[in-house]
Design a protein around this ligand. Sequence first.
Ligand code: 13P
Ligand code: SF4
Length: 304
Amino acid sequence: MIKDVQEKILKLKAEKDVCILAHSYMSEDVCEVADFVGDSYALSVKAKTAPQSTVIMCGVRFMAETVKMLSPRKKVILASPQAGCPMAEQFDREVIAEVKKMYPDYAVVAYVNTTAELKTIADVCVTSSSAVKICRAIPQKNILFIPDINLGSYVKAQVPEKNFKLLSGGCPTHAKIEKSEVVAAKAAHPEALFLVHPECRPEVVALADYVGSTSGIMDYAGKSDKKQFIIGTENSIVQHLQFKCPDKEFYPLSKDLVCHNMKLTTLADVLHCLEGRGGEEIVLDENLRKQAVKCIEKMIEYGG
Ligand code: 13P
Ligand code: SF4
């Protein structure tokens, strides 16, 4: 049944010149039909170079908006219209404009998990895999980092030569994980390395053997000669890793590490997009797009 749906998808996407991009938090069956699977940074770069005229984004809304910003002539479809990132909605442009007035000599560095509207006020965007590199590379010494306080704290610790102001936003899925859960997981699996996403709280990140993006965690675990890993990010990564590396063992840090927004996209949604009876085409006002894309282009320039 899954194979039948996947075959239909592969046939239709070739016929209709469609590129399917999937964030690494998608389920295995969706990843299998994608042209590219990766973290937020890699998806942004791929979006720019994909030769197809239409892109279906299997992920959350800000990811589809980023694709549209970089490729305005492409038709960009968000596979599941309800899939938003709660962190992206935490601050609006007016609030950040007020904060900016308080710190006029600070560059606004925005995590890519922000709305297109909020990006219009940012100097540069970052993702979890590129934030440290970009904050080091930009010429400004003072950085107002929005919206994720946990990623911001991690970057601040790695880039002590700069001054940071942080806001109190964050990812509800990662930020709820407590240090005691890490202590318990390590006690249950004393041989395992602990790999964590920087959206987790500083006291959780402090216990990690490796800190990185979703792709960073997958690469690290794949290449490591160790055999056991506790995974401190969304639990789909545990499944993908177990699939990719059957000779190793992967343990979820917590059964609650589930992003319900990322879980909304199903294989049926992808098929419905291709059949023209599902998904949502992303439409951005051209002035807003031109303003918002500047910080994404800067991200790619500094991020490499
Ligand atoms: P990555 O850039 O690591 O893929 O992170 C995206 C995200 O939403 C993590 O919660
Ligand atoms: Fe947003 Fe967190 Fe879900 Fe990532 S895991 S999409 S940051 S809510």
